[in-house]
Design a protein around this ligand. Structure first.
Ligand code: ATP
Length: 238
């Protein structure tokens, strides 16, 4: 098999005296979709922060496109092609939709994503381009957050709980965009609490509990029962 796009080995993370990750390892190949599932507090967001450099990788090794990311600041990691859609969207309240998207293009790599491509992906946003980001519905704000991350032309897009606080219809619309993102050659890691959605949207599933990987495998090879057991129970990593 080809070299992985992302390889995380032995990630640990600490908040003061509290250890949030215990030796998490996984690999991701180019244009694959990995869903990280697990209950509140399992360590999913912490794992994303370790990949993006927001938390020190400590003794972990994080290799992206063959390059070691250890010690790199978040903005350098971003420039190498890892972008994040943060939990809670974090739009700039005083800026319009288009200005929020343009912020994502600052220091961008070259690649397929432009304003027009983002508006093609989320047509609702084109009509709202002059509106303030905060004047939008929650779903439209989430689309802006995804679009802003895409404007940097990432090779890997990390999405932290895209569905949070959104109606099922809106969540469906946002997830419907993921295959198009992937078709542009972008790999995705999605943090998702809904196991059904994770299984339907991802190639691989990584299940976490209390800072550890309890199950990892191809989405279509893992039964819902097995994932549920790893989500809540004591199953060992496969
Ligand atoms: P959620 O779905 O609730 O966001 P999660 O799986 O993303 O859950 P994390 O946010 O990574 O979980 O949190 C993992 C553990 O680390 C939890 O016990 C949480 O309380 C703790 N934690 C997270 N952020 C901090 C912080 N800034 N300071 C102290 N503890 C933290």
């Amino acid at each position: 098999m080809s070299q992985p796009l992302l390889e995380v080995r032995d990630a640990t993370a600490q908040y003061g005296a509290f250890q949030a990750l215990f030796g998490v390892s996984f690999t991701l190949h180019a244009a694959d979709v990995l869903a990280i599932v697990g209950a509140n507090g399992a360590g999913k967001s912490t794992l994303l922060k370790t990949i993006t450099g927001l938390l020190p990788a400590r003794d972990a090794s994080v290799t992206f496109a063959g390059q070691d990311l250890s010690g790199l600041r978040p903005e350098m990691i971003h420039r190498k092609g890892i972008a994040m859609v943060p939990e809670g969207r974090r739009l700039f309240a005083s800026l319009t939709v288009e200005e929020n998207l343009q912020i994502g293009a600052l220091g961008a790599r070259t690649g397929p994503w432009s304003l027009e491509q983002v508006y093609d992906l989320f047509p609702d946003l084109a009509a709202k381009r002059r509106n303030l980001g905060t004047a939008l519905s929650g779903g439209q704000q989430q689309m802006v957050a995804v679009g802003r991350a895409l404007m940097s032309n990432p090779r890997l897009l990390l999405c932290d709980e895209l569905s949070l606080g959104l109606s099922p219809k809106v969540v469906h619309d946002i997830y419907a965009a993921l295959p198009q993102i992937r078709a542009h050659g972008t790999a995705l890691i999605i943090v998702e609490q809904d196991v059904h959605r994770a299984k339907a949207s991802a190639d691989r599933i990584l299940c976490m509990q209390d800072g550890r990987v309890t199950l990892e495998g191809a989405a279509d090879a893992l039964s819902l029962d097995r994932i549920a057991e790893a989500y809540f129970g004591t199953e060992e990593a496969a």
